[in-house]
Write a protein that binds this ligand. Structure first.
Ligand code: TXA
Ligand code: MG
Length: 329
């Protein structure tokens, strides 16, 4: 029998999951971005078990999830004006702040031994109820095996983690569908390390931010999120991103070469050819549905997924980032 217990997102399920967390076990829970695989952040053995379940290198630190800004502030030795402004505007919600670690507050494995800590207060009601009931900070990466596509449903989670975690809370579909935006607020101006559910322009309206994408050529720039550089967010199928006007010919060429080709189309007037998932032309619903589309085409047995290049501009930067990683080999 599988070690994994699947529980409903009701009072009993949340109480059971909170108890498991407190006891040092691994609990998968929904957030508004993607599902997370959580362990209490002050328990080194529990945190190490996350790395093992995911097959994640120990050098890649984890985001710590807490139930409120006051608890977030206890994890850092410096919660300054920029951090406060962003927390006030976006927490609870899909924003992660990289802060100066207050020594001793979490197990060393969480931060991969480093002196910064990534913190977020999620907005999903189940995640919040779980964190409140557990009463401890919870380290949680996305609930997928390392380098594979993040999960936006429990079915996606179980594809790679069934038997590797203790409890899974079934919270339905994740409303945002793309990971949190990560901002390093130790730098001035603050640096966006990973574009995500909150757009750069929403951040820029509040505080000075630099997109790491524009800083990579600058000597001494702040590194991107450590886990964000390699091939990532990738399905088993090869992902090919092509300009929209070459999509139909690319699909035809691959098919005539005998490949089973899946297509992710954008907007209504896009060339469709089955198997195909049509996503909306707006970046928010596109991001929400992208991972589910990659999972679905993988499940359909495609060996290549062809995707039309997203438009330029900041509104699409999180989607462009994920497609770039998914298609890098
Ligand atoms: O939306 C999300 O952020 C989801 C949900 C579950 O909260 N979590 C998530 O975690 O995407 P994960 O582990 O899949 O991605 C976290 C990223 C990694 O690229 C990691 O390198 C980076 O955050 N990170 C963690 N701690 C960091 C730190 N102290 N400094 C810089 N980057 C950090
Ligand atoms: Mg991840």
């Amino acid at each position: 029998m599988s070690r994994t217990r699947r529980v409903a997102a009701d009072a009993d399920g949340i109480a059971e999951a909170a108890e498991a967390l407190r006891a040092g076990r691994l609990v998968v829970f929904p957030t508004e971005t993607v599902y997370g695989i959580g362990a209490r952040a002050d328990d080194e053995a529990a945190v190490r078990a996350i790395f093992e379940a995911k097959g994640r290198p120990a050098t890649n630190p984890l985001i710590v999830h807490v139930d409120c800004t006051a608890r977030a502030a206890t994890l850092t030795s410096r919660f300054d004006e920029a951090a406060r402004a962003l927390a006030e505007a976006f927490w609870p919600g899909p924003l992660t702040l990289v802060l100066t670690l207050r020594p001793g507050v979490v197990a060393p494995a969480v931060t991969a031994g480093g002196d910064s800590i990534a913190v977020r207060v999620p907005g999903h009601p189940i995640a919040r109820a779980l964190l409140e009931a557990a009463g401890v900070p919870v380290a949680a990466p996305s609930a997928n095996r390392s380098e594979s596509v993040s999960p936006t449903t429990v079915e996606h989670v179980l594809k790679t983690l069934d038997g590797r975690v203790d409890v899974v809370i079934d919270g339905g579909f994740c409303a945002r569908g793309i990971e949190s935006t990560i901002v390093d607020v130790r730098a001035d101006p603050a640096v966006v390390l990973r574009p995500g559910a909150i757009s750069i322009s929403e951040l820029a309206a509040l505080t000075d931010v630099t997109d790491v994408g524009h800083r990579v050529e600058v000597p001494g720039h702040v590194a991107a999120a450590p886990g964000g550089l390699a091939r990532h967010y990738a399905p088993a199928a090869r992902v090919v991103v092509v300009p929209e006007d070459r999509l139909a010919s690319e699909v035809a060429a691959l098919r005539s070469a005998g490949r089973r080709v899946g297509v992710i189309a954008r907007g209504a007037d896009h060339p469709r050819s089955e198997p195909c998932v049509a996503l909306e032309a707006d970046p928010v619903p596109y991001a929400r549905d992208l991972y589910a589309a990659l999972h679905a085409l993988d499940d359909a047995g495609c060996d290549v997924i062809v995707i039309g290049e997203p438009p330029p501009g900041p509104a699409w930067s999180a989607v462009r980032d994920r497609l770039r990683r998914a298609s890098s080999s």
